[in-house]
Unconditional design. Structure first.
Length: 448
């Protein structure tokens, strides 16, 4: 991206001092300088969108404060540096209140002070331009037609629901098996909505210990508890104006659910250790692989929170129900991985296609992505063969189906096999199998 010229207007009625300021600023070849001796001429040229205006406080035609107000009314992004022969504290305070960037007194060392101030402004302008550019790139990245690959009827239904979700600020509940891309859909909703220029904040409820989740969401004041050495804002405040994505909402402790309900209803939170409320305005998108309605019936999830959250429901189908989307996604992952790793493009052999279509993909899209990245790495040439497609559950199934067992015993055997494979990491096993962490612990206890 070509960098725009950094444009500076010098507004000074004293001809000698005008030339002095222009000379000092022109020492930097990256600066595009234009000078004026009247406020009127400067105002008539604001259409050129200068980044900085150095402004004599006592111009003969328009006074400094009036000039400042007119400039800011025309373009609030223009940074104004007031320059005066004397320091007047009351005047300085008034000017800063109305948006002046700095107030510099004419003196022998003005050159250094002025150049440093302009340089600081330039850094800020660069950063702002980079943020705008990155936001634009992120929005393109999460254009849902590009992000969610596929053309099956199930995928087209998802597109339709995402489009409806982007038109309003309705709360969205995304359900589906682990690995179906719930966070990706949440991001697609956010970055295609009117809140796209504000933060997208994701919280995996299941990954945060229960005794820490409240402070993570609501923040805390200094001294609220041991180790709270400074105030920290929570995720609700961090997402203000944007979207708060609560993943695995079903794992939230029922005692905390009442506080979440109040935060959603009142649009305000209270930091731990404080009695003051803080207003928040964030769109809520939640996700779970569990059936919230069943959890409500079991009294494991609050009914009032369930109805407050439900809003628009988007159910993501498992990959095995998306037909030829499997091949579209596989090709997408091949292209993405080859580009990232500077590898020549690779194609899928017919046998590889048949193998992918015959597999149920319990890990869904996430598993397919890993399978394809490994296949690319294993392939000896530009074609991926069926031998390069390694499906990890193939070895497990014969082992657990070669003897008669009850369904409960099968489930226990599968969980035990995964625990052995992943070093008794219950969270990882829960993610792989698409069940709750609490379920894994419960089955482990029963197996003892």
């Amino acid at each position: 991206m070509d960098e725009k010229p950094f444009r500076i207007f010098v507004v000074e009625d004293d001809e000698w001092y005008n030339r002095l300021l222009v000379h000092n600023l022109s020492l930097n070849p990256d600066y595009d300088i234009e000078s004026f001796t009247t406020g009127k001429d400067c105002l008539n040229s604001l259409y050129k969108s200068p980044d900085v205006i150095t402004l004599d406080y006592r111009l003969p035609d328009i006074k400094g404060l009036e000039m400042l107000k007119k400039i800011k009314a025309e373009n609030e992004d223009i940074q104004v540096i007031l320059i005066s022969e004397q320091s007047e504290i009351e005047v300085v305070v008034e000017l800063l209140k109305f948006g002046a960037y700095d107030y510099i007194v004419k003196s022998d060392d003005i050159r250094e002070r002025l150049l440093n101030t302009v340089q600081n402004i330039r850094k800020g302008v660069r950063l702002k331009r980079e943020v705008i550019s990155l936001r634009s790139e992120v929005k393109k990245k999460y254009s849902y037609q590009k992000t969610i690959v596929g053309s099956s009827p199930a995928t087209k239904k998802i597109f339709n629901l995402i489009e409806k979700a982007t038109r309003t600020g309705i709360t969205v509940t995304i359900t589906g098996e682990t690995g179906t891309g719930k966070e990706l859909v949440a991001k697609a909703i956010h970055y295609n909505s009117s809140r796209s220029d504000k933060p997208f904040v994701a919280v995996n409820v299941a990954a945060i210990p229960r005794d820490l989740i409240e402070s993570e969401l609501f923040g805390f004041e200094k001294g609220a508890f041991t180790g709270a050495n400074a105030r920290r804002i929570g995720k609700f405040e961090e997402a203000n104006g944007g979207t708060l994505f609560l993943d695995e909402i079903a794992e939230m402790d029922i005692a905390l659910q009442a506080k979440i309900l109040r935060a959603l209803q009142e649009k305000e939170i209270v930091r731990i250790g404080s009695n003051n409320t803080v207003k928040t305005d964030c769109r809520i998108v939640v996700a779970t692989h569990q059936n919230l309605q069943e959890l409500v019936l079991k009294k494991e999830f609050r009914q009032d929170l369930y109805y407050r959250l439900y809003g628009l429901h988007i159910e993501l189908p498992p990959l095995r129900e998306r037909g030829n989307d499997i091949i579209s996604l596989a090709k997408h992952f091949i292209g993405e991985f080859c580009e990232e790793n500077e590898l020549p493009p690779k194609t899928l052999s017919k046998s590889a296609v048949d193998k992918l279509l015959s597999y149920s993909f319990p890990g869904n899209v996430r598993e397919l992505k890993s399978v394809m990245e490994l296949a690319i790495t294993l392939a000896d040439n530009d074609e991926i063969s069926s031998e390069n497609i390694i499906l990890e559950n193939q070895a497990l199934l014969p082992e657990i189906t070669d003897q008669e067992m009850t369904l409960r015993e099968y489930n226990m055997r599968i969980v035990k096999s995964y625990l052995d494979k992943y070093g008794n990491n219950a969270s990882q096993v829960a993610e792989k199998l698409g069940i709750g962490v609490a379920t894994v612990y419960r089955m482990m206890k029963k197996a003892e």
